[in-house]
Design a protein around this ligand. Sequence first.
Ligand code: NAD
Ligand SMILES: O=C(O)C(=O)C[C@@H](O)[C@H](O)[C@H](O)COP(=O)(O)O
Length: 529
Amino acid sequence: MMGAGKTRIGKEASHLLGLPFADADLCIEQAIGMPIPQYFAEHGEPAFREVERDVVIEHLQRFPGIFALGGGAPMTPAIQDALEQYKLQGGKVIYLMAHPQEAMERARKGGGRPMLDGDADARWRMLFEQRNPTYTRMANVTVRTHSMTPAKAAERMVDVMNERIVHVTGDGIEDYDVQIGEGVLAQLPHVLGPKPVRVALIHTTSVRRHSDQARTLLRQAGYEVSDITIPDAEAGKTIEVANGIWQRLGEEGFTRSDAVVGLGGGACTDLAGFVAATWMRGVRYVNCPTSLLAMVDASTGGKTGINTPQGKNLVGSFYTPAGVLADLRALVTLPNDIFIEGLGEVAKSGFIGDPEILTILQDHADQLRAFDGSTFLGSDLEPVVAELIERTVRVKAHHVSNDLREAGLREFLNYGHTFGHAIEQLEHFRWRHGNAVAVGMVYAAELARLTGHVDDAFVDQTRSLLDSLGLPTSWHHDRFDDVLTLMHRDKKARGNTLRFVIVDKIGHVIHLEDPPAQAVEQAFRLVQA
Ligand SMILES: NC(=O)c1ccc[n+]([C@@H]2O[C@H](COP(=O)([O-])OP(=O)(O)OC[C@H]3O[C@@H](n4cnc5c(N)ncnc54)[C@H](O)[C@@H]3O)[C@@H](O)[C@H]2O)c1
Ligand SMILES: O=C(O)C(=O)C[C@@H](O)[C@H](O)[C@H](O)COP(=O)(O)O
């Protein structure tokens, strides 16, 4: 908006980043050879918007730096198209959101703004009402600058620009972003938006430090927060816990326009999503994953659910979040073994879709294995982990965007899970999900070898990578029948037919329908500890 400080903050940020800076108004004045107010007076707004459109599009295509747009520019359809293109090519469209009072005052003082002729404050407010939804839609980065000096706001802008963003879109999906970076939790009010009055903040005690911060942010932004603590890990993914929350939402008057925030590991975000999907048949929800596994996998894609005594995730729905905030600061409290567990799903994404992930894992195996949350921020490992999170989320987003309801392609994300879920169930959830998936991938690799799809080298590579990361590659259980019964309850099974996902070449996945019973059992024998 006018007076948000685009020029001043943009210049400061360009110094910090060592990038050139350009201001659309100055470029336009150069093009028209006169001050903008004079051009407005002589030619009118439509003529001005045409010049503005050409200047902005030209800069979006060619200018290699920070470019400050006039407040009206994003309202022009051709500029909107150009901004969409710019974002698709990795560009950041930044919405500088100043406090209205501060922006109005600056806009008034600055003068020379034909759009504010007359009662400047009233005009500003009216334009803000008109433009704010478009700014919000067009921007892939929002920076709130309330009460900040231009230097501070520029620092904040640079921090936020350094976030990694994966956009999730597709049939049946209301587009949303997965934001990855230090401090992204601060975007929570922005992602929730203005509609909710009440927000249910669902979390476990293990992440209290982070849920306290979220609660403060939400209260400062004016939401009424219901703080809901659930039992840790899989003990939270039950119908009893969901029922307790439904009761609270009912007692506290949660309506359809209110919202849910799930903050924690994958078990917590699965449960929170399930509550959001079922309360009044669906309310807005935002995931704030705090474990590596939840950041790379569970928080994105909209698989929500609970366990039943008969198996994992047997009840649930596909229900997409409004946004995901993977704040790297949450990892400072994450214990080493839970971080390593998350690498199981990271490796899975490497095997099924992005071989570069496997290279990064191999190259940094020792550092990753030694993960220590207390020294993580600012360490050499941080950009490596950020890259792994982004790449893994991209693999997930690709499958989800093309097949939200898991008609086929999305099943590939289940690599290692048919056997892995059976381990979790038979171990009464004492085995962590990512560890069970790691053994499940070894099982799937053995099955692929026994059915002639891969050679010994592939199985060896699977075992040795997982082993180097500190993940388990074997598991002991006496009774194959128990495992077989559970694998028949897997969601990929059809009737009496078992269906598996196997990799036949790194980065390439296929379905394995009804494999020979002997191979199914033999693979089980080959993963016995
Ligand atoms: N919906 C999906 O698409 C999807 C994908 C993968 C996994 N999942 C589900 O996610 C769950 C596994 O996720 P998980 O590995 O995060 O398990 P989890 O939620 O049980 O978390 C593991 C442990 O780490 C703790 N923890 C999490 N973040 C922490 C932090 N920052 N500091 C300290 N402790 C922290 C938790 O309290 C818990 O004790 C399983 O239930 C699995 O089925 C779902
Ligand atoms: O998002 C998906 O689809 C997945 O399969 C991701 C899995 O990593 C995840 O563990 C998921 O929860 C498994 O779901 P399920 O349908 O096998 O219960």
